[in-house]
Design a protein around this ligand. Sequence first.
Ligand code: ADP
Ligand code: MG
Length: 411
Amino acid sequence: MTDYDDLFAETAPDGSVFAEKRALDPLRPPETIRGRDEHQHAIAELLNGVTEGYLPPTVTIHGPPGTGKTVTTRRVCQEFAARHDDVAVEYVNLKECRSLFSAAREIHLELTGETVGAYEGLDGAFAGIWAALDEYPEWTVLLLDEIDHIKQDANYDPSEFLYRLLRGEGKLKRDIQLSAWLISNELLEVDLRLDSRVESAMSDEAVFFGPYQHSDLERVVGPQLDAAFRDETLPAAVREYGISEAARRWGDARKTLRLFRRAGEAATERELPAVTRECIDANLEATDAEDVKQKLLNLPFNHFMVIASTTLGKDEDTGEIYQPVTTNQIAMRMQSDDLPEDVHLSDRAIREVIRDLLTMGLVETWIESRGRDGRVKQIETTFDPQWIRDILGRYLQNTPHLELETLLNDK
Ligand SMILES: Nc1ncnc2c1ncn2[C@@H]1O[C@H](COP(=O)(O)OP(=O)(O)O)[C@@H](O)[C@H]1O
Ligand SMILES: [Mg+2]
């Protein structure tokens, strides 16, 4: 039996550096949007089109994560709708949508409060969407967040989905004024491979959110830091150091908040009276490792195998992984008899995968002249190769190739 008095007393934070830790929660909408004046202005200008009887059929809001796309766009649109009876704003996050049908179903749910059954299909979902919008105020702004998460799936094509949303028969027939705002961390045309039919139905209205520079980041997270920490527990020099590192590495407000939360937790854990530079450093490293590992876990199988095969040579004594490696070494490993036949890759496929990994920033390559042997391409990961070994088991768990873990670990 647990003694709960003891349990809670043991786990109660004492000497915490935090005054109000939840101020660092990136999921809490900020009271005010700080900075981003130009962006708010651009969005307001687009919305004000309704006073002249026009909203663009699409608006693309894009830029890297944590740059205020969601909070800024939502806030300005909501404030506008609150002042205009003929404008409605609806927000749908498509992050968890695994298929285009589930995306349509989410939109349907937001507009009607009702779920469409699987048997009604995409047609049913869209019929419901148009019927609902028919009852809406004259103008509807539909914010579709994280739209880059809807990918080509077996049953539907993203172009088909967007085409229906923009040019659907039910919409045209009812003369529905819908402005779809597509919020994404990527460039949509590239990532979703939209066809020309959709591209010509989209307007070129776009607002780009760039990474936060040092002074922006200070303005954005400053008030949250002030609220979160007790007096004196976040010294000015440490705060300044954390913000400049965050700006230099990421320009991402969400990650910056997480950095300071973890640095504060580290300080409390080590029973320090205040956050130190070391607390920041430890968490910078941990944050980067986590991000890279997440990227690795999301790689397609062939890409993962190729990058994993760059970690197979090790110093027997120190356990240090030998890098750089050559394309030939990778090929030997990817075509080795130890591996099942069906995961072997041709030289050409390997070269293509390496090119992709380069674009993703996961590897660096260069050519070395080796006299008689000619020129040899060298490949190295841009991060500690041990991070790949750390997640090998986790990656392979989701593949039908679980046995590879033992194979790769034997090397
Ligand atoms: N301009 C800003 N003003 C206030 N808080 C911001 C601002 N930009 C970002 N934030 C904070 O960072 C978090 C992430 O911002 P968000 O808009 O979700 O980024 P994105 O959608 O670009 O990934 C927000 O929840 C908020 O706490
Ligand atoms: Mg967002």
